[in-house]
Design a protein around this ligand. Structure first.
Ligand code: SF4
Length: 371
């Protein structure tokens, strides 16, 4: 057992139910796991035979960071058709990248991926997890996954699925994201991969966590790791891992103006950030303490060269990470504007395919569209 794992289990007095327990990492039935994986693994276009093409894997891993892997497939196919190589993304205009990312959210990831692509074009592909983790926006998990699946590195990639499996196998009462659980996940993968190709074992445990060992209803009767799973033995799988500590939420209020032409096109502005930067949305402005929403909406309209009657619409709730934002929209009944729009404004169909926007646009459309 590695020193790291010994450190984890020294802590076990407070995290485990049975004192003196030694985790059976080296006894876990790796052969049954690999056999199960070969028989049941889901086919994805980026899951080609090992070793894999790093660009395809990197894009899929970055896309899957906040989205279930099966939902990623159409976005990945569209993105790879437009940016089939790292060079294609490195040289693309940012607007094109954001448009192809539309629907996945977390646009900062798309920007970081482009920065990483530029670094790879300049310096070549890093081949180890440690080197890959130095690329912009590439965390330890993604770096280890690309290094293992594409370059044969043996650094174990521990995502939330692997951490959940480790927590249940060893009955570790720790929240996802806890460093000790990360260490337990790495030790689990390392122990399992001693007698098997590491990348295949890594993917098998990740797949097991994503399919059988689901957060709320694990299907233990089908699980190849069940003979060594302490939580399954005790029948308390639901208790592991612990829920993540809640991050305190921050409430904000914003004002938006909705200006729509007769042809159904709506005035959109490219947001300058820090939130939603680069996306096209109706003009928005955060409200400060004591601001009168209608006055702010009027100022927002005149600041964009529009004047007219403002009609309040129903408020819209929108979340961005830990922020809970209430948007107060106003429908602006304005005369058509003859002057040409500056580059950060455009008239656009709200549902147009490929528009780099946020789901907030759809929410505003539902409450603001004139009948
Ligand atoms: S036996 Fe059940 S709880 Fe244990 S790893 Fe398998 S699916 Fe998860």
């Amino acid at each position: 057992m590695g020193a790291d794992l010994r450190a984890v289990f020294r802590l076990r007095g407070s995290t485990r139910c049975r004192p003196g327990y030694t985790p059976p990492v080296d006894e876990v039935p790796a052969a049954a796991l690999v056999e199960w994986h070969r028989a049941t693994r889901r086919a994805f276009p980026f899951r080609t035979p090992l070793p894999r093409e790093p660009w395809a894997v990197l894009v899929s891993e970055v896309m899957a960071q906040q989205t279930q892997i099966d939902r990623v497939v159409p976005y990945w196919e569209r993105f790879m058709a437009r940016f089939p190589t790292v060079e294609a993304l490195a040289g693309a205009p940012e607007g094109d990248v954001l448009e192809l990312w539309s629907g996945l959210g977390y646009y900062r990831r798309a920007r970081s991926l482009q920065e990483a692509a530029r670094a790879i074009v300049e310096h070549g592909w890093p081949r180890t997890a440690r080197e890959l983790a130095a690329l912009p926006g590439i965390g330890p998990y993604t770096a280890a996954a690309v290094a293992a699946f594409c370059f044969g590195d043996s650094e174990p990639p521990v995502d939330g699925n692997v951490a959940r499996v480790a927590a249940r196998i060893h009955r570790l009462a720790l929240p996802l994201g806890d460093r000790k659980l990360l260490v337990a996940g790495r030790e689990l993968l390392s122990g399992l991969s001693e007698a098997w190709p590491a990348a295949e074992v890594f993917e098998a445990v990740m797949e097991l966590g994503a399919t059988l060992c689901s957060p709320s209803s694990p299907r233990c009767l089908l699980c190849p790791l069940r003979p060594k799973c302490e939580a399954a033995h005790h029948g308390d799988q639901d208790r592991y891992p612990l829920p993540r500590p809640q991050r305190s939420t921050e409430d904000q209020r914003w004002v938006a103006i909705w200006v729509e032409r007769e042809d159904g096109r709506v005035l959109l502005r490219q947001v300058q950030g820090p939130l939603l930067a680069g996306l096209w949305l109706p003009p928005l402005r955060p409200l400060a303490e004591g601001d009168v929403p209608r006055d702010v909406a009027g100022a927002l309209a005149s600041g964009h060269g529009f004047a007219g009657r403002l009609l309040p619409c129903l408020p819209v709730e929108h979340g961005i990470t830990h922020r809970r934002i209430t948007v107060l929209p106003f429908l602006l009944l304005a005369e058509p504007r003859a002057a040409e729009l500056p580059p950060d404004l455009r008239w656009a169909e709200p549902g147009a395919p490929g528009l780099a926007t946020s789901s907030l646009l759809g929410k505003l459309m539902r409450v603001c569209r004139p009948a």
